[in-house]
Design a protein around this ligand. Structure first.
Ligand code: ATP
Length: 231
């Protein structure tokens, strides 16, 4: 009897790749980032994790259900982009460390890759239990236009972190172990921010060119961002 190996469903993935954000709203910068990561990782699935209750910012413009709905409509036509609503179900601040601990439990021994824009990465040392974040996942940093340098107060700690953890590629990161490396993906992404989208809606300027299909009609339909924050 030939060895047919493990059934496909039982095979471990090489890594689990996740991209988290407040997505208020999910815009073309986010979508292009997720697609670029998937392409660079040979068509890997990218899990888009809504930071339902972000701890590092004030009230969001759209509530959790609305942000989730926009994320879902934006990703619907891209089978490699999977929406992950786990932080919506957690009745607590959306800490990345908690999400990584959950993912680690669900996929024991499988490397975790956490995608992050350079602006967010520059504030990593201010995150809740941030050193554990680096111990639980490989960080894949995407350059964001206008955010090439960390702020002065974070420079020394990030330089030290990179000296210890920097590798050249995700391949090298995954080969090095289950977590603990930092690498960059050289990619140029659209210079769009959710703040810019919210401000333009409030000021009555068009936004469809900044958003994935379906998101601008959802914003119109729900009359989002034209008033004060939702919660
Ligand atoms: P806001 O303007 O409300 O702060 P944002 O546009 O930065 O929002 P977030 O949901 O906070 O969007 O970002 C989620 C993740 O996506 C972060 O890691 C962020 O760095 C990254 N990101 C967002 N926009 C871009 C972009 N245009 N290019 C590269 N990375 C981006």
């Amino acid at each position: 009897m030939p060895d047919l190996g493990q059934p496909l469903a039982a095979q471990k993935p090489r890594f689990i790749c996740s991209f988290g954000g407040t997505f208020d709203p999910f815009h073309l910068g986010h979508l292009e980032a997720a697609k670029a990561v998937s392409r660079a990782l040979d068509g890997a699935q990218v899990n888009l994790i809504l930071s339902a209750r972000p701890s590092h910012r004030g009230a969001t413009g759209a509530d959790i259900e609305q942000r989730l709905a926009m994320l879902e409509v934006a990703c619907a036509e891209f089978p490699l982009l999977q929406v992950d609503a786990r932080e919506c179900r957690r009745d607590a601040p959306s800490y990345t460390v908690d999400t990584l601990l959950e993912l680690q439990q669900e996929h024991p021994g499988v490397p975790l890759v956490w995608v992050i824009g350079s602006d967010a990465y520059h504030y990593l040392p201010t995150w809740y239990r941030w050193r554990e974040v680096v111990e639980l996942a490989h960080l894949l940093v995407l350059d964001r236009v206008g955010h090439t340098q960390p702020p002065q107060e974070q420079r020394a700690v990030l330089a030290e972190l990179e000296a210890q953890h920097r590798v050249e590629s995700v391949e090298a990161a995954v080969a090095s172990g289950a977590a603990g490396s930092i690498c960059r993906l050289p990619v140029v992404l659209p210079d769009i921010s959710a703040t810019q989208v919210r401000q333009r809606v409030q000021q009555g300027y068009p936004v469809a060119h900044l958003l994935p299909a379906g998101v601008s009609s959802y914003i119109r339909q729900e009359q989002l961002y034209s008033r004060q924050p939702a919660n």
